[in-house]
Write a protein that binds this ligand. Structure first.
Ligand code: AMP
Ligand code: MG
Length: 439
């Protein structure tokens, strides 16, 4: 530390590590979270990625120039403060404002209690500093880490997901895809999901997963659901030669493992969010789509067989259960062409949705895949899609694609569920909410 100097901004300690280091010179660096001037002292609450730390600066034992500098620092300014730490008390000796913030920021992260309002999305650069947001992002990191651990133990290979391609997931219902011109003669799109590529990857690796980015311009009114983003990530899993029952078994264990690890490793973070996360009980209940429709009718919902379950009905159903559960065997009319129909009842698919309890709604969708060239071709045609636009995919199916099953778990929705957040845009650093312009 002797060579360090506040002008060179050698941050020596993160705030959470501070108290342990008694009787040393330290250089702190972070943001002004709160500031309060009293007649005898100035109280500055400093914030960094690890927490907050209140510094009390006594007027009579502080040089006028340092006092003046500290008084001039507005909240959200970035500041480095050098001083002496002794007996858990910090006495500043030198300070440097690295970046002075304008007065009265549109979001005061030290006083704002909830993160769910749409109003603050455009100032995400401030909201991301909110202590609750920091906690959520740290929990999301734990979720990703636990996912990777679990999938590795199951001997799955993580692959890099595609971002663009000439064909993407056709089954995105009301959402629009984003197309762009690829070198003048081919129309490419941003991936709305990597489903078609998962079938390619299992042809060599058999057991794969990826953190895959998805772009779907969902209708503007989906803002109201609190669970739709225009850009999101899936934990996308696919297993060659597996049934949808096996895919469900795997996903149950994965979700169980992730919840358990997060709870064990990060109890403090969950406490900061007041989240009492119940560990899912395995196995999860599996009800058929028809049974789900019956339950919904009995709960007074106007739902019709053959259609996708509307999100408000699904939320009702989700509140009806206290453990995650599956809805299986959707009608063929409700889903994309790549799901395999049931041989005994070809109007129904060998597919499933995973639904969180407590009203959080859909967690994942998946199923067994259609994998034979002729069958896929006729499914594409009967869903009024143009086979031409699935060029490489159809070619691939001529060369030994195995039956497979898998699913995609929305990462932001998983984060929302684990954190107990109201809205999905609280569960990601840079949310793109349908229809809203934001960073
Ligand atoms: P899908 O294949 O459309 O069911 O998408 C797979 C999973 O991704 C869903 O079960 C959700 O968890 C998640 N997901 C789908 N659409 C969105 C969206 N617009 N915003 C956030 N997550 C989504
Ligand atoms: Mg779905």
């Amino acid at each position: 530390l002797s060579s360090s100097n506040v002008n060179r901004i050698q941050k020596t300690h993160y705030l959470a590590d501070l108290k342990k280091s008694a009787d040393t010179d330290v250089c702190l660096a972070g943001w002004i979270h709160k500031k309060k001037a009293r007649s005898d002292a100035l109280s500055i609450t400093l914030r960094d990625s690890t927490g907050i730390f209140e510094i009390s600066v006594r007027r009579k034992s502080t040089s006028p120039s340092l006092m003046k500098q500290l008084l001039s620092a507005t909240i959200e300014s970035t500041i480095a403060i050098r001083g002496r730490m002794k007996d858990g008390r910090f006495t500043p000796t030198q300070a440097r404002i690295l970046s002075l913030a304008e007065k009265k920021p549109p979001i005061n992260v030290s006083t704002l209690k909830t993160l769910d309002s749409l109003d603050y999305l455009k100032e995400r650069y401030l909201m991301i500093r909110h202590p609750k947001m920091v906690t959520i992002l740290k929990l999301q990191n734990e979720i990703c880490e636990a996912t990777r651990e679990f999938m590795r133990k199951q001997k799955y290979t993580e692959i890099q997901a595609p971002i663009i391609g000439p064909a993407t997931d056709p089954g995105i219902r009301g959402a629009r895809r984003v197309y762009f011109d690829y070198y003048g003669n081919t129309r490419y799109s941003l991936m709305s999901s990597m489903i078609l590529y998962k079938q390619m990857a299992v042809c060599s690796l058999e057991r794969i997963y990826a953190f895959s980015p998805n772009i779907r311009l969902e209708p503007e009114h989906s803002q109201l659901t609190g669970r739709h983003l225009a850009e999101f990530w899936q934990v996308d899993i696919e297993t060659a030669f597996a049934t949808y029952e096996k895919a469900m078994d795997l996903a149950e264990k994965l979700l169980g493992y992730v919840c358990k690890q997060v709870k064990e490793r990060s109890p403090k973070l969950l406490r900061q969010l007041d989240r009492d996360l119940r560990l899912p009980k395995i196995p999860y209940k599996r009800i058929t789509y028809s049974e789900a429709i019956e339950i919904l009718k009995s709960l007074g919902h106007d739902v019709r067989f053959g259609e996708e379950i509307p999100w408000d009905a699904e939320e009702t159903l989700s509140r009806h259960f206290d453990n995650p559960f599956w809805i299986t065997n959707y009608p063929i009319t409700a889903r994309g062409f790549y799901y395999l129909p049931n041989p005994d009842s070809p109007d129904l698919l060998r597919d499933m949705d995973l639904i969180y309890p407590e009203g959080y709604g859909e967690a994942a969708s998946g199923g067994e895949r259609e994998y034979e060239y002729q069958k896929v071709l006729s499914r594409i045609k009967s869903s009024n899609e143009d086979p031409e636009s699935y060029g490489w995919y159809l070619n691939m199916l001529k060369y030994g694609v195995p039956p497979s099953a898998g699913l995609g778990i929305g990462l932001e929705r998983l984060t929302r569920y684990i954190c107990g957040s109201k809205k999905v845009w609280e569960a990601t650093p840079f949310p793109k909410v349908p229809g809203i312009i934001s960073p």
